[in-house]
Design a protein around this ligand. Sequence first.
Ligand code: B4P
Length: 190
Amino acid sequence: MTNVVIFGAPGSGKGTQSELIIKKYGLDHISTGDVLRAEIKNQTELGKTAETYISKGQLVPDDLIIDMLASVLDSKKDSKGVIFDGFPRTIPQGEALDKMLKERGTKVDVVVSLEVEEAELIDRLLKRGQMSGRSDDNFETIKSRLDVYNGQTSPLKQYYTEQEKLAPIHGMGSIENIFAGIEKAIDAVK
Ligand code: B4P
């Protein structure tokens, strides 16, 4: 079983690269952003609460996300491994993930960290906003998502460096070249 965390700022290409990883390695995909958007679409209680945070570019509170992740994880019991996309996003989420996986007899094997310059991130997300109409892909919300990333999410790099699991990947350029770097990082722990 190989568990991969795909890590990076908003717009760094986590979703794009996750699709390629799933195709090649047959891992199950857990994207907390996708799960939350489905909850919002279905107007569940969790979705209604999440929407108030996401529309402002803030993180959904840790306790809600951790409970949600635990139940999604339990639905993937017979998996060959999981790719965690957009989770963890805070140190408490990182600690919770370690604990949840340990209780299930497994662990995070590698953290692929996509490194992209901020001007490129803003450009990609504005472009996606124009095409997909995703409500959080507008300039003001993108700015606060980047602030949240720098303040609350990027400290996880140190957390995983200390665990010797961080694999920094240059995340600019062609999707294929970026994926080649990711393949090396995953093959090294497989
Ligand atoms: P997410 O859905 O995870 O959104 P994101 O971080 O903004 O990144 P996303 O996956 O969409 O973009 P990607 O990097 O793939 O989260 C949305 C919101 O949900 C969060 O802001 C938060 O409020 C909440 N949330 C989610 N998880 C949470 C958690 N754990 N805790 C608390 N709250 C949580 O970038 C893709 C774009 O770049 C695409 O348009 C793609 O076409 C383009 N792209 C990719 N690779 C490229 C390349 N090489 N060159 C050019 N463009 C490229």
